[in-house]
Structure formats: structure tokens, C-alpha cells
Ligand binder design. Structure first.
Ligand code: ZN
Length: 246
């Protein structure tokens, strides 16, 4: 275990920070960890096994769009957390090179991060499952909110947001791995590092690996340091130690 002071010191010495973020960075914003064990399984409003399964989607897309309508209305109201904002600031200072995220909430971009690798895709665009026609976020959102099952304007295919479902390949892994190899500090934030691809990335890091998460992490990767605590509180402390240089 290290503390915020030590983390601030590591950040100060680094120029190619790469962050990997999971659901934990967004829970303070009110985004439920819907893929995790405390998300949909507890609320029982959606069955994640079906909601995000590509084979089920192609058979019965209604299941997903009930969730999607709910999720989109949540997204409009949520704001980035201190964690998101801090990472965007590090990027603007030229200290952080990229954020690899497993989240689909778009909060890194909302906070101002530019180089975001979304390994589970995003809601920012969609495509027709049949003809491949692309749809912008605006078109996609309008369709999801006004059609029970959004259909393509060019054929009768179903339009699906570009988020990665179970049974689909994660995205941007070559870039994520390459960025990680160049990292002189790798921050794993709000992820338990137990699920692919997060589980494999830290071992490629060219520099120290620090996990910042609420739960107990242990030493999943040899030499990995961790801070267990509230992510927003940790970054508020780190930020106050680093300023006014930030
Ligand atoms: Zn189509």
C-alpha cells in the first residue's frame, strides 16, 4: 500500500502516464457498475447475461433497448468525477498520454480527455447490424428514444450502438498494449483487474503500476502498488499536493 503523497511523487517524475479506468471511476458520478456484481444483478431490473449478449440481441433486441433508454436518460445528467477531471488535467499538462477505459459512459471526453481508447466501445455512434450504415450519436439517440427497436433508414436492420457486447471482440487492444509498453507510470483506476482485457494490460507497463480502487487488491501483478480508498478523495488529495504545478 502506498499513499497519496507517494502517488503524487510518482506522477511528478513521469511524462508518459497511461491510465486504465473501470466502472469504479464513474460510480461517484451516479453511473451504476452495471456489468459488475453490484450492478444489474442486485437491482434485477435488467439481466446482464441477456442485455449485453450479442446473440440474444440479434434474436430479441428489445431487451437491450429497454436498458438503453434508461441509460441514455441517465447519461444526460451525469457529470465527470474528480478522477475524470484530474486525468484530463494531466493530459493537458502533457504528463498523461492516454486513457484506456472499459466504461461506455463518455465521461472522460466530457471531462476534456482527448486520447481515450474505449475497449468496450461507446454510445457515441452506432451501426446497422444488416447493412452497416453508420449513425451519429444524435441520430442514434433520437432513434432509441422514439422507436421501441431502432431500425435502419436504408434497410430493415436493427441499429446497435457501438458498445462491445459479450461475444464481441474488445477494441483498440493493439493501441492499448502499445501505449502501455511506453508508459513510465501505469494507473489502474476503479478496476478490479480481474477481467480481460484489464487483467493482462498492467504486465506490459514500462513503468510502475499503481492501482487506485475502493476494494482490496493485493499484489495481482508483481511489484504493483495500490491505494485502497475512495477514488475521488484520493485524487483530490493528490491534486492538492501537486498544485500549484498543476
Ligand atoms: Zn441498414
Amino acid at each position: 500500500m502506498i499513499n497519496a503523497q507517494k502517488l503524487a511523487g510518482l506522477i511528478r517524475e513521469s511524462h508518459h502516464i497511461v491510465a486504465l479506468t473501470g466502472a469504479g471511476i464513474s460510480t461517484a458520478a451516479g453511473i451504476p457498475d452495471f456489468r459488475g456484481p453490484n450492478g444489474l444483478y442486485v437491482t434485477r431490473r435488467y439481466d446482464p447475461e441477456k442485455t449485453f449478449d450479442i446473440d440474444w440481441f440479434d434474436r430479441e433486441p428489445r431487451t437491450f433497448f429497454v436498458f438503453a433508454r434508461d441509460f441514455l436518460s441517465t447519461l444526460d445528467h451525469v457529470q465527470p468525477t474528480q478522477g475524470h477531471t484530474f486525468l484530463a488535467e494531466l493530459e493537458q499538462q502533457g504528463l498523461l498520454q492516454s486513457v484506456i477505459t472499459q466504461n461506455i459512459d463518455g465521461l472522460h471526453q466530457k471531462a476534456g480527455s482527448r486520447n481515450v481508447i474505449e475497449v468496450h466501445g461507446s454510445f457515441q455512434q452506432g451501426h446497422c447490424r444488416k447493412c452497416g450504415h453508420g449513425y451519429s450519436y444524435k441520430e442514434l439517440k433520437h432513434k432509441i428514444l422514439t422507436e421501441e427497436i431502432p431500425h435502419c433508414d436504408h434497410c430493415d436492420g436493427v441499429v446497435k450502438p457501438d458498445i462491445v457486447f459479450y461475444g464481441e471482440a474488445v477494441r483498440g487492444m493493439d493501441e492499448a498494449e502499445s501505449e502501455t509498453r511506453h508508459a513510465d507510470l501505469f494507473l489502474a483506476i476503479g478496476t478490479s483487474l480481474t477481467v480481460y482485457p484489464a487483467a493482462m494490460l498492467p504486465q506490459f507497463s514500462g513503468g510502475p503500476v499503481v492501482s487506485i480502487n475502493r476494494g482490496t487488491m493485493g499484489e495481482l501483478i508483481r511489484g504493483m502498488e495500490s491505494i485502497e480508498g475512495d477514488i475521488d478523495e484520493v485524487f483530490a488529495e493528490v491534486r492538492s499536493i501537486l498544485s500549484p504545478s498543476l
